[in-house]
Design a protein around this ligand. Structure first.
Ligand code: AMP
Length: 307
């Protein structure tokens, strides 16, 4: 089993009410890879520049992530994002986005990455996501994430890419923006009409909801007293979800999808406890499984003794 991901590999500047970081390793593909690596073999695809060094590679290698398809662009600079959150940590305010080496990146996947059974098109220019999708001949299940930045600047391309995937992860506001439909249930139907059979609506501190043709499942976020920085919550959610799904044989039956939702929420709950991927870097599988069990208990009506 293996899972290929393409998406931003970045340096982030982040400010929240609880502190700030001037320049830390970030990017959708980075957060996703680290989270998914607790479940399956991960291969990451994307370009980096001169400023991406041994320390950054070491973070990925420490979790066993395969970086053969990270392309070093000589003289280039790595993608850079600056964002800020206010007390409502549910939405990031983007202060700066510098595509840098992503500007003219043309992905060429190695045989290993093309053959992965699962593919995640993490947040990046939708044309690029589609180029990777087209090369991934071994992918049995394909999922996608995006954000308002691409819905606004490359909507038609994004809709075309959505037409080639099985699962879509977007937050409530992005689903409404993409479909121009204020009702969330109808918005998810509209996305399914574009092609995918599963839509996951991410709802920040309120959790996430899963929609398929004939099923619905909602999960609150894990109740945390310490939330420091939500950056990477969406990508670590997708990493836990799809990493588990790959390890479970990629079946899209309701039970597997519900467990995937719970693993996704578990991973995201750790991610937000510290800046960027700092918490994820020191996480263990044991901690994940303990919190998953607790999550399962607090969200199952049947576990309460009947009176
Ligand atoms: P999230 O999981 O949604 O919080 O995503 C966080 C990551 O998205 C950050 O580490 C950023 O580097 C990355 N990011 C921000 N804007 C973009 C963009 N327009 N395209 C791709 N990645 C982005």
């Amino acid at each position: 089993m293996s899972l290929t991901v393409v998406g931003s590999i970045a340096f982030d500047a982040i400010k929240t009410p609880f502190g700030e970081r001037e320049r830390i390793l970030g990017g959708a593909a980075t957060h996703f890879s680290l989270a998914a690596s607790f479940f399956t073999n991960v291969r990451v695809v994307g370009p980096v520049g001169d400023d991406f060094g041994e320390d950054e590679y070491a973070v990925l290698h420490a979790r066993g992530v395969n970086t053969d398809d990270i392309e070093y662009v000589e003289g280039g600079r790595t993608f850079f994002w600056a964002g800020e959150y206010e007390y409502d940590l549910n939405s990031a305010k983007t202060l700066d986005t510098q595509l840098n080496v992503f500007g003219d990146f043309q992905p060429k996947l190695s045989e290993g990455s093309r053959n992965s059974e699962m593919l995640f098109l993490a947040n990046i220019q939708p044309d690029l996501q589609r180029e990777v999708r087209e090369q991934s001949s071994g992918a049995q299940v394909v999922a996608l994430d995006s954000m308002n930045y691409w819905i606004e600047s490359a909507r038609d391309s994004l809709v075309k890419t959505i037409g080639t995937v099985d699962l879509v992860f977007l937050n409530d506001a992005e689903l409404r923006m993409l479909t121009e439909e204020p009702n969330l249930v109808r918005a998810t139907r509209k996305v399914m009409e574009m092609g995918p059979s599963v839509v996951v609506a991410k709802q920040g501190e309120y959790g996430a909801a899963l929609f398929t043709d004939d099923a619905f499942f909602a999960l609150p976020a894990f109740p945390l007293e310490t939330v420091v920085d939500p950056t990477g919550a969406g990508d670590s959610f997708a990493g836990g979800f799809l990493g588990y799904l790959d390890s479970a044989g990629r079946s899209l039956d309701e039970g597997t999808l519900r467990r995937a939702m719970t693993y996704g929420s578990t991973l995201a709950s750790f991610w937000v406890e510290a800046f960027g991927s700092e918490r994820g870097q020191e996480l263990t599988r044991e901690e994940i499984d303990d919190r998953y069990e607790m999550f399962r208990r607090i969200t199952t009506i049947e576990s309460v003794p009947t009176g």
